[in-house]
Each structure stands twice: as C-alpha cells, then as structure tokens.
Design a protein around this ligand. Structure first.
Ligand SMILES: NC(=O)c1ccc[n+]([C@@H]2O[C@H](COP(=O)([O-])OP(=O)(O)OC[C@H]3O[C@@H](n4cnc5c(N)ncnc54)[C@H](OP(=O)(O)O)[C@@H]3O)[C@@H](O)[C@H]2O)c1
Length: 245
C-alpha cells in the first residue's frame, strides 16, 4: 500500500522537527522545506536513517512568493497533508518603531503562509482530499501590548484558516488550526514562560498528530489554553486595556 505523505513547511522549526519525527515514526513519507539547505539536508538524512521512510527536501523562503509555484511543480508527490510551521515573533519594540521589522513579522506569519496554503487549497479542492494544517497562536486571540504585531498577524492567519475550512468542507479537505500556548523553542528562548502552562515541542507534535487522526478543526496545545483564552476573552476592554497580561 502507498505510504501517506506530509509536507512540512519550515521544517527546521523546533516544533516542526518534532512533527517530522512523529509522522515518520507512523510511517509517513516526508517532504521538508526550509531556508537553510545545509541544515535541511542534515535533517533529511537523519530522518531517513532513523525511520526508513522517503524524505525529500526543498529550499524555500516563504517570503519569496514567486517560488511557491516552483516548489509545487518540483515536489516528488502532491502530499496528503501540508503543515506550515513558519513563524517569526520579532521584537515588539522594533515592530512598533521600524516599518521594515513590522513588515517582516506581518509577512512571515500571515502573507507568506496564506499564499502558500492557498496554492495547496486549490490543488486539494480539485483532488477532493487532503489536510491543511496551519500553526497559528493563542497570541492571535486577543491583542496585548507585549506582542500585538505578531499577534495580529496570527489573528489574520487564524481567520484565513477558518474561512478555508468553511470553503473546503464540502470537498473533503480538512483544515486544522493549531493554537499553541507557550512552548519552549528557539523562538521563546529569551522569554520567561509560565512553567505550569508551557510545553515542549514533542507534546505539540503529539497533539497535532492526534488532531489529524481525529479530524479536529482547532487544536489548542496545551488544551488548558482553550479555557485560559475563554477567560481572557471575557475581560471587558475597559479593564483589559489597563492590564499587563
Ligand atoms: N514557541 C511558542 O511559544 C509558540 C507559541 C505559539 C505559536 N508558535 C508558532 O509555532 C510555529 C513554530 O515555531 P517554533 O516555536 O518552533 O519556533 P522556531 O523554532 O523559531 O521556528 C520558526 C521557524 O520559522 C522559520 N522561518 C522564519 N521565517 C521564514 C521564512 N521567511 N521562510 C521560511 N521559514 C521561515 C524559521 O526558519 P529558520 O530555521 O531558517 O530560522 C524557523 O525554522 C511558528 O509559526 C510560531 O509562530 C510558537
């Protein structure tokens, strides 16, 4: 029987590395993209030797929108699943003050992923099968002063994924929005994360894998973040604006 395959965009992200291991462990063939070809090659060789699955890799900077079609036509196979892990938090102060920094955050978290996932949406719609997974963030649920440029880009991504899910429902294509809370990765290396409600990439990968298997729409990871965000959403704006959450 033909093995299933997953394309992981931004495969050198700490979360994506765990996702790649998780799906390979379950006998999926892997297609990987990242910006750094050397590290990508090392990652592919490592996964190949560990799991004995097919691993193909492709260099992609998601901000080079013109390369998206080229990537798709070079793929060894149109995958069953596409997961986009690309993200960039940037520095909030830089985002407030420098147009170039702000633009990088918005384009990396929103524009690039939206363009790429839209191309796969069109292919999967025609094929009438597939799963599209976007890693967004709980930061996109309510804007706060510490990271609202990143948060608003993720908010746009979450809305995009919701609309896409609605559009593709009748075409047998599942769209999963992953909403991690705080995760120990290189993105958060310089932040002090709340211990009790923070997690590690392996846990996120397990939750994503379970989400695919049970055809979830939205995966909060850790699950407790669903309730935390419900409470945060209940705070009236007149009070929320005075907080330091
Ligand atoms: N860590 C958290 O607490 C947390 C919470 C909520 C959501 N998330 C989301 O989870 C996803 C994975 O993040 P992570 O925590 O695993 O952090 P990470 O290790 O820093 O991963 C981010 C990845 O995005 C890639 N990337 C950035 N700009 C790119 C571009 N222009 N083209 C292609 N790739 C690009 C980076 O590539 P390089 O390796 O080349 O730098 C990196 O591999 C992100 O979407 C992030 O926003 C993370």
């Amino acid at each position: 029987m033909k093995r299933k395959s997953i394309l992981i965009v931004g495969s050198l992200s700490d979360i994506a590395k765990s996702v790649a291991n998780k799906f390979a462990e379950h006998n999926y063939d892997l297609l990987l993209t990242a910006r750094n070809l050397e590290n990508l090659k090392l990652q592919a060789n490592d996964l190949k030797s560990k799991y004995n699955v097919n691993v193909d890799y492709y260099k992609l900077d998601i901000l080079n929108i013109d390369d998206h079609q080229k990537l798709i036509s070079n793929l060894s196979v149109i995958p069953d699943i596409v997961l986009c892990a690309v993200g960039f938090m940037g520095d909030q102060k830089d985002s407030e003050n420098k147009q170039i920094s702000r633009s990088e955050v918005i384009r990396t978290n929103f524009e690039g992923p939206v363009h790429l996932m839209s191309e796969f949406a069109n292919l999967f719609e025609k094929r009438e099968s597939g799963t599209i997974i976007g890693i967004s963030s709980v930061a996109g649920i309510r804007g706060k002063k510490s990271n609202y440029i990143y948060g608003s880009a993720k908010s746009g991504l979450t809305t995009f994924l919701s609309g896409l899910r609605n559009r593709l429902y009748e075409k047998n294509v599942n769209v999963i929005t992953v909403l991690p809370g705080t995760v120990y990765t290189k993105m958060t290396l310089n932040l002090k994360l709340p211990k009790l409600i923070s997690s590690y990439p392996d846990k996120i990968a397990q939750d994503i894998f379970n989400g695919v298997k049970s055809e979830k729409n939205v995966v909060y990871t850790l699950a407790i973040w669903k309730y935390i965000m419900k409470i945060i959403n209940l705070i009236p704006e007149s009070i929320f604006k005075k907080t330091n959450l």
